[in-house]
Design a protein around this ligand. Structure first.
Ligand SMILES: [Ca+2]
Ligand SMILES: [Ca+2]
Length: 116
């Protein structure tokens, strides 16, 4: 069994593309209504590896919550994805191939990615 956590933070990473960022954020939609609440968006940023998810969620809401209802709907999510993609979150190259494939498929449960 190969260890997966050795030097993870110092390994080069692969930049998450917008589709992958979106996948990660949608995974955080815990009640599955297709709309991200503030809490869900915060969890989304946490799963992306944000150091201060609360701050990122606040920023994203300022940018994306156009109708000011305190939730991010499908249309507003595109803006959040653009914002989050611009932050340069990456998947480490040193994680196991299987895990990378899971990430590509949007299966992110229990997997942590680190920002560059
Ligand atoms: Ca939701
Ligand atoms: Ca909204």
């Amino acid at each position: 069994m190969r260890r997966q956590n050795i030097h993870l933070r110092t390994c080069p990473g692969v930049l998450l593309n917008e589709a992958q960022v979106k996948g990660m954020l949608l995974r955080a939609d815990s009640n599955g209504d297709g709309i991200l609440s503030w809490q869900e968006l915060k969890e989304g940023f946490k799963s992306l590896g944000a150091k201060v998810p609360r701050f990122r969620a606040s920023m994203a809401f300022n940018i994306a919550d156009e109708n000011g209802d305190g939730c991010i709907d499908e249309k507003e999510l595109e803006k959040v994805v653009k914002y989050a993609s611009g932050l340069g979150y990456t998947i480490s190259l040193c994680v196991d191939f299987e895990i990378r494939m899971c990430l590509m498929r949007g299966e992110t449960k229990g997997i942590t990615v680190f920002p560059t």
